[in-house]
Design a protein around this ligand. Structure first.
Ligand code: AHR
Length: 508
């Protein structure tokens, strides 16, 4: 069966905010220490302790933003502990992640230097759970205030004259759980209070993001939207916060204790994972629908600032460090998420995969002994899709319904697609989630054709295939010749369990 599809390449659509390709680095396991940061004395090439191989790999993704310092860690982080001479920085216990001692060697200056090296915007999560309004307010002043003021002087005393530009500011994290176990009503008030004292200095304009719901907790979003509304009623003009976040993880196993192995799984578990991943569409649509009631002009952004697979930790690793391998299955989870993000471009302003290095669904894994770095299958999806950033999202209309299969009490559509247009080029992403059967897609391009078509494919002999320092390219993109162009029609053959991108210059 051929899936007949229409893409009107000349129609307008919402812009895919580049920030939906955002990242996340928490003080968790080997995410920061050993991942991004090895210290100045390391044999690993570094600048000020920041690993250059990791930076280079992420620059190739055009990484738009990096969220830090957590996660749950953010709500017990006190920023003043992370400035000044490293040997005088106080230590603390990282109670959420393994109870290990945190030496605070990676702090504000190191994070901002990392963002500068990456060419990424910082997204800082402030501490609402165990911090104070004053502490957060002073952090903003320290980072962004020019001229003479107590915090600007402190920053200068620590070697940074010019203020930094910081736009994205999180008002806590998971306030319903590790961020303070608050009710939505209570947190909504706290977010307004904290947000009030996070000031705009000079030309720096904060974009304040309130800690949002867990998955499908639409009541949380409704409560927060009502509270934004109180500042401007139906026409939302909040100075307290500009966006709400939501977290959605792809979890396969029946219980939290049995989330399943990242590398040892059968086809049934694979489909369960893919159905869970596809579930993010309902979650985004549900929150967007609630937000539309209070904010019909869509001025409040939706930020999915944690997403990705969460499996059992790799055997032999610290249970609190959340280190997991990354297979072709993870790549398909990522590609399906991006199709959904592109479809929800009118409300979704940012998304951050959890997490970038060595934690959960990572882009990069580093070996603790050899320090070798490996790019994961998920990394390659970000790379193949990078030209969707800031492109115009195009509707993909199927004239023939794509195949489906029942998975538990839901139905999984096994061919997923999205498309965009930017700078006179078309980019189409296609995933075949069927573990065994190939699929054929015929795309009728209306309003323009394409020429000089390039295609790439990401697939492997088996779904659990992954990359290691010894075999770093088992799952890596390759040029693909399974695409043919006839007039304004593109025909794409999709092997089982594959991700394909097709790009070309638009002719009209
Ligand atoms: O990403 C790991 C953790 O998951 C984060 O710290 C927390 O926000 C979420 O529960």
């Amino acid at each position: 069966m051929t899936i007949e599809t229409v893409i009107n390449v000349d129609l307008d659509g919402p812009r895919i905010n580049r920030h939906v390709y955002g990242h996340f680095a928490e003080h968790l396991g080997r995410g920061i220490y050993g991942g991004f940061y090895v210290g100045e004395d390391s044999d690993v090439p570094n600048v000020g302790g920041i690993r250059l191989d990791v930076v280079e790999a992420l620059r190739d993704l055009n990484i738009p933003n990096l969220r830090w310092p957590g996660g749950c860690f953010a709500d017990e982080y006190h920023w003043r502990d992370g400035i000044g001479p490293k040997d005088r920085r106080p230590t603390m216990v990282n109670t959420h992640w393994g109870g290990v001692e945190e030496n605070n060697h990676f702090g504000t200056h190191e994070f901002m230097a990392l963002c500068e090296l990456l060419g990424a915007e910082p997204y800082i999560s402030g501490n609402v759970g165990s911090g104070t309004v004053r502490e957060m307010s002073e952090w903003v002043e320290y980072l962004t205030r020019d001229g003479d003021s107590p915090m600007a002087r402190l920053r200068k005393a620590h070697g940074r004259d010019q203020p930094w530009q910081v736009r994205f500011w999180g008002l806590g994290n998971e306030a319903w759980g590790c961020g303070g176990n608050m009710t939505a009503e209570h947190y909504g008030q706290e977010a307004r209070r904290y947000g009030t004292y996070c000031r705009d200095y000079g030309d720096n304009r904060l974009y304040k993001i309130a800690a949002g719901a867990n998955a499908d907790d639409y009541a949380w979003t409704e409560t927060l939207m009502k509270q934004v509304g109180h500042l401007g009623c139906q026409r939302v003009r909040s100075t307290a916060y500009h966006a709400l976040s939501v977290h959605y993880y792809t979890i396969t196993g029946p219980t939290w204790e049995e989330k399943g192995s990242a590398t040892v799984f059968d086809t049934g578990e694979y489909y369960t994972t893919m159905a869970a991943a596809a579930g993010v569409e309902q979650v985004l649509a549900g929150h967007a629908a609630v937000m539309d009631c209070y904010d019909p002009n869509r001025t409040v952004g939706l930020v999915l600032d944690e997403w990705g697979t969460w499996f059992d930790v790799a055997r032999g690793t610290h249970p609190g460090f959340l280190f997991q391998q990354n297979t072709l299955r993870d790549a398909l989870v990522a590609s399906v998420h991006f199709d959904i993000f592109h479809r929800h471009a009118d409300r979704l302003v940012m998304a951050n995969i959890a997490q970038t290095v060595n934690v959960l669904q990572a882009m990069i894994l580093t070996d603790p002994d050899s320090q070798a770095m490996v790019l994961t299958p998920t990394y390659h999806v970000f790379w193949m899709n990078r030209d969707h950033q800031d492109a115009t999202s195009l509707r993909v209309d199927h004239r023939t319904a794509p195949p489906t299969r029942p998975v538990g009490d839901t139905t999984l559509t096994t061919v997923s697609m999205s498309a965009s247009r930017k700078d006179g080029r078309l980019l189409v992403s296609l995933s075949n989630l069927d573990a065994a059967k190939a699929a054929e897609v015929e795309i009728d391009l209306r309003g323009g054709g394409v020429e000089r078509v390039d295609a790439l494919i990401l697939t492997a002999a088996a779904l659990p295939d992954h990359n290691t320092p010894q075999a770093p390219s088992v799952v890596a993109p390759r040029r693909y010749d399974g695409v043919s162009v006839t007039g304004d029609r593109l025909r794409v053959h999709l092997p089982a369990a594959s991700f394909v991108t097709v790009s070309g210059a638009l002719t009209r």
